[in-house]
Structure formats: C-alpha cells, structure tokens
Design a protein around this ligand. Structure first.
Ligand SMILES: Cc1cc2nc3c(=O)[nH]c(=O)nc-3n(C[C@H](O)[C@H](O)[C@H](O)COP(=O)(O)O)c2cc1C
Length: 360
C-alpha cells in the first residue's frame, strides 16, 4: 500500500462508494484462549491495563473504552511479555471481545521486564465503510488506542510507558512498553478508572464556547502530546468568532478573526453540526510532500493527542467529539500562507451546553 498516494486520495473531493463487507472484529488468533490472570505484588497489571483501554464493553465489541472512527475499531493488539507479568514470557495476540490472550510464540531473548503492547490495524474493518478515506482514520485510531493505554496506566498508578510512535514501520504501527511497578505510586491528577470506562464521544449538537482557561488547558495537552509533529489552533464560535493558538507564554493569541466553522463543516465530509460547535480544535501540518514515515508519525501523534485531550476536556466538564475525516482542508492556504504545507490532520469539537452525556 502506497501511503503517500492513499493520503492524497483521502484528502481529495472523491466520495467513497457503498459499504463493503467488514473483516471480523478480532484476528483469527491460533490456539486456545487463555485468561489474563490478576497481577501479584510487583507485577504489571495487564488485566486492568487492557480492561480500561481496549477490552470490548458489550458482546458486539462496539463500545470499547477508546473512540474509533465509525466505531469500527481497526486496531489489533499483540503483547510481548517479559518478566514480572502475570503471564509467562511470550508473544500473545489479544482478543478484546473475550478479554483473553492467545500464545503466538516466544518473546525475544532480550525482552525487558514488563510488557510491550504492539498496535497494528486490520484495514478491511475501516475500509468497509470509509473506502479510500480509511488510511488516515486508521492511523488516527491507532493513536487513540495508544492514548487509551497511556491513560489506563495513569489511572492504575503505573509508570508512564515508553512510547513507540515514530512511524517507521507499518507493522506494528505503534508500541508502548510498560515497566512493572516498583511499589505503590500516586500519579498526580490521574483519571479514575470509572471515568475511562464511562468515556463517550458526546453526541451533537455541541454548542457553547468553552472558557479561555479550558481552551488553554486543552491546547496545552494537545501540544505536549504531539511532540512537534502537528501544530494546534482552535476555531472559536459566537459571540467573537476567531481562530486562536497557544503562544509560548501560555496565553491565547489570535491567528485570524472571523467565522471558520462553516468551512470546517464543509471540509469534514459536510458534517453540518460542526458549524454550530462551541469550538473546534484543529491539528494541522503533514505537508503534501511528506513521506510515509512522516505521514504515519503525524497521524499517530494527532490521534494520541486528541485521545488525551478528549478525556482532559471531559474532566473539565466540557463535552467533546473527535473529527477525523478531512477533505481539501488546507488550513494554511485558507489563511493566506503557501498551499500544501498545513493540512488539517485531526480535530476535536467542544461544547459546554451539551446534556450530561459525554462528560464523565
Ligand atoms: C479517528 C477518529 C475520527 C472520528 N471522526 C468523527 C467524525 O468525523 N465525526 C463524528 O461525528 N465522530 C467522529 N469520531 C467519533 C466516533 O464516531 C466515535 O468514537 C464512535 O462512534 C464510538 O463512540 P464513542 O466514542 O462514544 O465510544 C471519530 C473518532 C475517531 C477515533
């Protein structure tokens, strides 16, 4: 698959065709399913880590804790388990519907203590609905899955994982290595496990402009998590429509004045509700001449950042919904800069007057 061509086509005005059959929600892992036993003292708690991030919450597997474009969940996980885990060392395939694992083979001899969760995608799940628009969405979905694992580790008081989001490979697309706990830890400002399980994308309409403080906090979360791969700004609605970004001193500075949301709605596959959203946070970059590793990196990081920001917004009492499908969305050119440099990669719509749903 040529990702450069796939992204150019996904960004074009071409409409996807009718739905095609989807792939099964879980790979056909070989061998018997085995339970993830509960962690003993000093062991990495894989049971809870996966329960709070990737395990399905209903039999059909649609309501996983992590958001997914169209609820199609293309991301599959393999575990590379070393010492100090409640499973013998080895490589395992994870079944999110049954919350069980299948032994696939030995772990490498040099596997460090703890476990790595490696994320890949089964394209046919997302392609079945989004057709040629699927690739950027699947990369974003993988970033969201990485964020869900990161948040689960925080909620469990585990140390932060080592992130592998460099975009170098297609398989796995991403990996996160978790070390076993060195003893009980308190993680400042950690989300509660129930917040992660209750997380939902708020259903539109999402009206009401969040406060400047909320915008600053959520933009800072996005910037921190993106490692410079994408830049962020916010299109704010009435009464003072404008485009703002976070300046280095932490204040908001105006990039442009005027109403951007109807244009954003048109660029986002014509989703009219975006024109009424209180604010739309926008991640942009990934120029037309980006090669495949850079495309992967930008989308993985954007998904990771929006995954964290979506939960951060909920904790601030603001409803939010990711927005992933963007066509002809050359934000830089629309603001008068050179074309082809600053494409919108991902978005997060925010609202304050939304009913309680979507706010953990
Ligand atoms: C990468 C990505 C892109 C998404 N794009 C859109 C979108 O364009 N419009 C929309 O309404 N929802 C979008 N969503 C939200 C999904 O529809 C939602 O996560 C899914 O239906 C599952 O619902 P839940 O998040 O409440 O569990 C997106 C989610 C992700 C992860």
């Amino acid at each position: 698959m040529d990702l450069v061509t796939a992204l150019a086509r996904a960004r074009s005005a071409e409409e996807p065709g009718p739905d095609t059959p989807a792939a099964p929600p879980v790979p056909d892992w070989p061998g018997d399913a085995r339970c993830l036993s509960r962690a003993g003292p000093g062991e990495l708690d894989l049971w809870w880590l996966l329960r709070l991030s990737l395990a399905a919450q209903d039999g059909a597997g649609r309501l996983r804790p992590v958001p997914s474009a169209g609820g199609l969940h293309p991301v599959d996980a393999q575990l590379v388990v070393g010492a100090d885990c409640p499973l013998p060392s080895g490589r395992y395939g994870y079944d999110p519907l049954r919350h069980r694992v299948h032994l696939l083979g030995p772990a490498p001899d040099d596997a460090p203590p703890g476990a790595a969760v490696e994320l890949s995608v089964t394209p046919r799940r997302t392609v079945s609905h989004y057709g040629h628009r699927a690739w950027p969405l699947m990369l974003l979905d993988t970033g969201h899955a990485a964020a869900a694992l990161r948040l689960a580790a925080r909620a469990l008081g585990a140390g932060p994982p080592t992130l592998g989001l460099d975009g170098r490979a297609e398989r796995p697309l991403a990996s996160l290595h978790f070390t076993p706990p060195g003893g009980p830890r308190r993680v400042a400002d950690a989300p509660a496990p129930r917040d992660l399980l209750a997380r939902r994308s708020a259903r539109p309409p999402l009206r009401g402009v969040p406060s400047r403080d909320v915008l600053r906090t959520v933009l800072a979360t996005l910037a921190d998590a993106s490692a410079g791969e994408v830049a962020w700004c916010a299109a704010v609605g009435e009464p003072r429509p404008e485009l703002v970004e976070l300046s280095p001193d932490g204040s908001l500075r105006r990039l442009a004045s005027g109403e951007a949301r109807p244009t954003l709605a048109a660029w986002a596959a014509g989703q009219g509700w975006i024109a009424d959203a209180g604010a739309v946070l926008l991640g942009y970059g990934c120029p037309t001449d980006a090669d495949a590793p850079r495309i992967r990196r930008a989308h993985l990081r954007a998904g990771f950042a929006v995954g964290l920001a979506h939960v951060a917004a909920g904790r601030l009492g603001v409803a939010s919904r990711p927005v992933g499908s963007w066509q002809q969305a050359d934000l830089g050119a629309a603001l008068g800069a050179a074309p082809g440099r600053d494409w919108i990669v991902h978005g997060l719509a925010l609202g304050t007057t939304h009913p309680k749903e979507g706010i953990p």
